[in-house]
Design a protein around this ligand. Structure first.
Ligand code: GLY
Ligand code: MN
Ligand code: MN
Length: 430
């Protein structure tokens, strides 16, 4: 791992919160992700499943976490199964978790080799009535491949048809949504690395650079600061490309007079940051670009103020829609009649701002978090309004990551990343 070690206390606290919500006489199991194949002998780099990472800190393939709060034998309350390491693996793959290291990382005393799993699991299942399966109920999930977790669930249902099944996901959605101070620090580190990348490219961008050259500058800065790289596929969209919301080709030349919308951010220790900035290729905004930019910035600032304990996500989005509508009227993009006659299910402003304003952020970029109950302190959200105008061949989005406070306005984890027009122009021309 490139990141500095994380205190095992974080994972001890996380498990405690999860186990406090488990039913009596129940067991919960969490699997690592598979290493996904590309073809021949190639694989994608390993990405740990965020739930087992959240509960154990184990960042290694083929790891299984078992939680059994009422185990007869106390040492079986928490067990981490890891792949047995040996001389051969050490030579070909390098350092893997030893039992001692696994305890140090996770704070779990009982570490078994993976080869012991079937025997130990069968024995413990005879003491329980319910097993918690870790299904994926994320509101945007669309998974077509069978995961390691899916295979485990299938096998378990065949082997233990008389047990009751329960869902881990609602518990994880709730507890992962509210961040511990250690997690906020890790997200802050990811944001700080993103800041370094962004500052680097402010002095790099000029007419004639290619979008992929900007991508390369960022990756260089991220990796040299102990990040694995981008927290999500980067969007570096110059000119009209900004009007394709998920533009990821990043293969065009940046032309004088155009804007570049960059939705680009680093991960750190599996935690995401999520930044969008829109800058002028030539180092100076035109009057019209500046006018639209300032409107987006005002919407972002007003939206941020609403992220306080008690706010309901859906109502917040409606309020942001009203603010955006007023800005679009001011910019001459909407007229009063189109607003008066708008379809409430697809308000007029959606023509220019068709995506959401905020999502939870954490171990996943679009993180877990309950969206139907009031917001709470220490939830971390993005704020990311945009105005996209294909007729004028540019689009602007601005995005920061903020932490809800007990009282007052949220804390902006990206407060040091330049966003004001003057600041951006000055830095690009210095
Ligand atoms: N970068 C993905 C998003 O902004 O939601
Ligand atoms: Mn983003
Ligand atoms: Mn985002």
């Amino acid at each position: 791992m490139k990141y500095d070690s994380i205190s095992g206390n974080l994972f001890i606290k996380n498990r405690k919160k999860f186990m406090a919500q488990m039913k009596s006489k129940s067991i919960a199991v969490f699997n690592s992700n598979d290493i996904y194949p590309i073809g021949a002998d190639s694989t994608l780099p390993f990405e740990q499943h965020r739930d087992i990472f959240y509960l154990s800190g184990a960042d290694q393939e083929e790891t299984i976490l078992l939680l059994f709060p009422e185990a007869n034998d106390k040492k079986h309350k928490e067990i981490l199964f890891v792949r047995e390491t040996n001389e051969h693996i050490a030579v070909w793959e390098g350092e893997k978790l030893t039992k001692e290291k696994a305890t140090e990382v996770s704070g779990i005393e009982t570490i078994y080799w993976l080869t012991d799993f079937d025997r130990v699991f069968f024995d413990l299942m005879t003491e329980t009535d319910t097993i918690y399966f870790n299904t994926n109920e994320h509101y945007r999930q669309a998974v077509e491949t069978q995961t390691r977790e899916d295979r485990f669930i299938q096998k378990c249902k065949l082997q233990f048809p008389a047990h009751q099944y329960a869902k881990s996901n609602p518990i994880l959605q709730e507890i992962r949504g509210v961040k511990e101070p250690e997690e906020i620090d890790l997200i802050q580190t990811a944001c700080n690395i993103t800041e370094k990348g962004f500052r680097r490219l402010l002095s790099f961008v000029k007419p004639g650079v290619w979008e992929y050259e900007i991508e390369a500058e960022l990756l260089h800065e991220f990796v040299r600061n102990r990040s694995k790289g981008f927290a999500y596929t980067p969007i570096i969209a110059s000119g009209n490309n900004a009007n394709v919301l998920h533009y990821i080709e990043n293969n065009q030349e940046c032309k004088a007079g155009d804007l570049i919308l960059m939705d680009v951010a680093a991960e750190y220790a599996n935690y995401s940051s999520d930044l969008t900035r829109t800058i002028p290729v030539s180092g100076k905004f035109s009057a019209r670009q500046k006018e639209v930019y300032e409107a987006v910035l005002r919407v972002k600032n007003e939206a941020t103020k609403m992220l306080v304990p008690g706010t309901i996500w859906a109502e917040y989005h409606k309020e942001v829609g009203k603010i955006m509508t007023s800005e679009l009227l001011g910019l001459g993009l909407l007229d009063k009649a189109s607003v008066q006659n708008e379809d409430p299910n697809w308000p007029a402003y959606k023509k220019y701002f068709m995506h959401g304003t905020s999502h939870h952020i954490g171990l996943n970029t679009h993180d877990y978090g309950v969206l139907k109950t009031p917001m709470k302190a220490n939830m971390v959200f993005t704020v990311e309004p945009g105005i996209y105008i294909p007729e004028e061949k540019f689009g602007i989005r601005l995005e920061d990551d903020v932490v809800i406070q007990e009282k007052g306005e949220p804390f902006n984890l990206m407060e040091n990343i330049p966003i004001e027009v003057d600041e951006i122009e000055t830095l690009m021309n210095s």
